[in-house]
Design a protein around this ligand. Structure first.
Ligand code: NDP
Ligand SMILES: O=C(O)C(=O)[C@@H](O)[C@H](O)C(=O)CO
Length: 276
């Protein structure tokens, strides 16, 4: 299975799929989910300081038999830690919790109000010092990115945003691709909700012999999204990685594309959400 198949603008190779850790606040559950994911073949974890499981991630990584170079670990800076000095301090705290000597990817979790330019300069410093291999943002619209680059010297390498068939964010993806920014899709399964019961998805699931979740995840892969579906259920953790032995044909891709007409966003609006 070839999951390290995306190359970022700085040449770093990243796995196209990882495991998401949002809302896994039980440390044992987080540890077990990562252990199960590693056994299944995942090599990437998406966490955040606000998810309250960086310590479990660090313990699972340290106790795994995998070498550090095989892994790609993302964490995120929360709104309360924005600002130049605060961001550097928060990075140190995350690194301590994660028990890592370097981080693969550090992201600004939400743009927040007005500190993200200053925060970005701290991220650039961490990047220049090689404390982190990839720096990026989440939930940034084009105007946030324009402001960011006007205050710093580097473009973000990734932008992690809500994306699923009911809200694919095609225009934002085109904008990011023009700037060589990889778009990562959060809540790729729409939190396991209505998308998995959509008649179009069910029909394609029957045609391909794959589960509705696998159909949706495969659509993301073919859209060139990096994804990290969250699950704490061993069978689903394995199921979500088992998407590299089939392809959706053009008709199936086009049928899923029509679902964007639902225009159904599940997360907050980055222009007015200032809490995380
Ligand atoms: N940067 C940001 O602002 C954000 C980032 N994220 C990141 O994206 C990740 C994924 O998004 P998330 O919001 O967790 O939602 P997902 O779209 O990944 O859905 C997760 C839900 O779907 C269920 N599920 C997982 N696999 C299957 C399956 N094969 N069949 C049926 N149900 C399934 C899970 O249940 P169960 O666990 O019980 O198996 C869970 O309830 C997060 O964990 C986080 O890492 C998320 C939100 C915002
Ligand atoms: O999970 C995350 O990473 C998020 O940023 C969101 O869940 C966010 O906290 C939210 O949706 C709050 O309503």
């Amino acid at each position: 299975m070839k999951i390290f198949n995306k190359e970022l603008a700085n040449g770093v190779k990243v796995p196209c799929i990882g495991i998401g850790m949002d809302q896994v606040t039980d440390q044992r559950q987080a540890y077990d989910a990562i252990h199960c994911a590693f056994e299944a073949g995942y090599r990437s974890i998406d966490t955040a300081s606000s998810y309250k499981n960086e310590e479990a991630v660090g313990k699972a990584v340290q106790e795994s038999a995998l070498s550090r170079e095989e892994l790609y670990i993302t964490t995120k800076l929360t709104a309360a830690d924005q600002g130049y000095d605060a961001a550097l301090r928060a990075f140190d705290r995350s690194m301590q919790a994660l028990r890592l000597s370097y981080l693969d990817c550090f992201l600004i979790h939400w743009p927040g109000k007005y500190l993200y330019g200053e925060t970005w300069r701290a991220f650039e410093r961490l990047y220049q010092e090689k404390a982190v291999r990839v720096i990026g943002v989440c939930n940034f619209n084009p105007h946030h990115i324009e402001t960011l680059v006007s205050q710093g010297s580097m473009l973000p390498l990734v932008n992690q945003v809500e994306s699923h068939p009911y809200y694919p964010q095609n225009e934002l993806q085109s904008y990011c691709e023009d700037k060589n920014i990889l778009m990562e899709a959060w809540s790729p399964l729409m939190c396991g909700g209505i998308i998995l019961k959509d008649p179009v998805i069910i029909k394609i699931s029957r045609e391909t012999g794959k589960s509705p979740a696998q159909v949706v995840l495969r659509w993301h892969i073919q859209k060139n999204h990096r994804i990290f579906p969250k699950s704490v259920t061993p069978a689903r953790i394995r199921e979500n990685l088992d998407i590299f032995d089939f392809e959706l044909n053009q008709d199936q891709m086009s049928a899923i594309e029509t679902l964007k007409d639902h225009n159904q966003k599940i997360g907050p609006n980055p222009d007015i959400f200032f809490e995380v």
